[in-house]
Design a protein around this ligand. Structure first.
Ligand code: TYM
Length: 321
């Protein structure tokens, strides 16, 4: 069973990425043949600065390893080290109806936010389909916002198989964890780099505490009971707390007498504790960049062995050399 997922090096990794994709990826690397990659071609749809892109790639590679992705178990690589992905994206584009891309909500959201649409942004799902299909992936663990893209991938794989023969491409399954499908940001919308509402995984204590203190709440007075339904703080605290701690926070909301600042501090403490080992590992890796770069180089070799095999199969099936 092959498991595959990718993350864009488009900014600091946040806890939505962590709980939605990285933590599942860490667990799944023990259950199959895992391929995890840094989606730098995709990041180019929102970034134009070469120096920042390169730095982000390195930073995300450090995050991957600090969070527990293990190069002994998983193939960890950079998308752009495998140029075959562009050729497969082209082949997929030839069976991809415009309407399928026009219906993608992630594209529509970005355009609605005023991001000027270019061809890469529009064709983003076709490249993502190529990422997945190039490695015969069976399972794709992602957050809910990527579900539609995996559905497009399945659709395109099926179209290729219908036209050029069953078995040309492997049709993948999406895997989304219910509890962490949509991690909310500090404003209650989905946590997202492009909404500026993220809690990053790494950063200084003071800055992160300040971010957590900015979580949006209602204006219930300190002495009054507070709503637990729809509470951003509770939704985030659930990610870190065991049952007893969560019940205590809920009871304190219901009792009244505790201000939101108190709950935010509890959340911050839980956050800080939860990521302490990852922070330490991160620091170690920051001082060992040769190792990090070595992992990526080796990952590229392993990924390439697979990608050339699959692309060769597809090329033959569709009538290319
Ligand atoms: P990206 O970089 O936006 O996000 C990386 C992963 O984090 C998940 N995620 C979330 N999960 C829960 N709650 C949130 N608030 C939240 N925000 C982000 C995303 O669902 C994703 O799993 N297109 C992809 C990258 C990609 C890819 C692929 C993924 C490129 N090719 C092939 C899988 C397979 C993206 O933009 O992820």
């Amino acid at each position: 069973m092959r498991i595959l997922t990718g993350l864009q090096p488009s900014g600091k990794l946040h806890i939505g990425n962590y709980f939605g994709a990285v933590q599942p990826a860490v667990e799944l690397q023990d259950q199959g043949d895992a391929f995890y990659f840094l989606a730098d071609y995709h990041a180019m749809t929102s970034m134009t600065d070469a120096v920042t892109l390169r730095a982000n790639v390195q930073d995300l590679a450090i995050d991957f390893l600090a969070c527990g992705l293990d190069p002994e178990k998983a193939t960890i690589f950079r998308q752009s080290d495998i140029p075959e992905v562009n050729e497969l994206a082209w082949i997929l584009s030839t069976v991809c109806p415009m309407g399928l891309l026009e219906r993608c909500t992630s594209y529509k959201d970005k355009v609605a936010k005023g991001i000027s649409a270019n061809h890469a942004l529009f064709a983003y799902p076709a490249l993502m389909a190529a990422d997945i299909l190039l490695y015969d992936a069976n399972i794709v663990p992602v957050g809910k916002d990527q579900k539609q893209h995996v559905e497009v991938t399945r659709d395109l794989a099926q179209k290729i198989n219908d036209k050029f023969g069953e078995g040309t491409l492997t049709v993948p399954e999406v895997q989304i964890r219910e509890n962490t499908a949509v991690v909310p940001g500090i404003d209650g919308q989905k946590m997202s780099k492009s909404y500026g509402n993220t809690i990053p995984l790494s950063g200084g204590k003071k800055a992160i505490r300040k971010t957590i203190m900015r979580i949006v709440t209602d204006s219930t007075a300190v002495e009054d009971p507070k709503a637990t339904e729809g509470s951003n703080i509770i939704a985030l605290y659930k990610l870190f707390a065991d049952e007893a701690a969560l019940n205590q926070m809920i009871a304190e909301h219901e009792a009244g007498g505790f201000g939101y600042g108190h709950f935010k501090q509890t959340l911050f403490d839980a956050y800080w504790e939860h990521f302490s080992a990852i922070r330490e590992k991160r620091e170690e890796l920051e001082n060992n960049l040769d190792y990090v770069n070595g992992v990526i180089a080796k990952g590229a070799e392993r990924a390439r062995a697979e990608s050339t095999k699959v692309l060769d199969r597809v090329r033959k099936a569709v009538g290319l050399r």
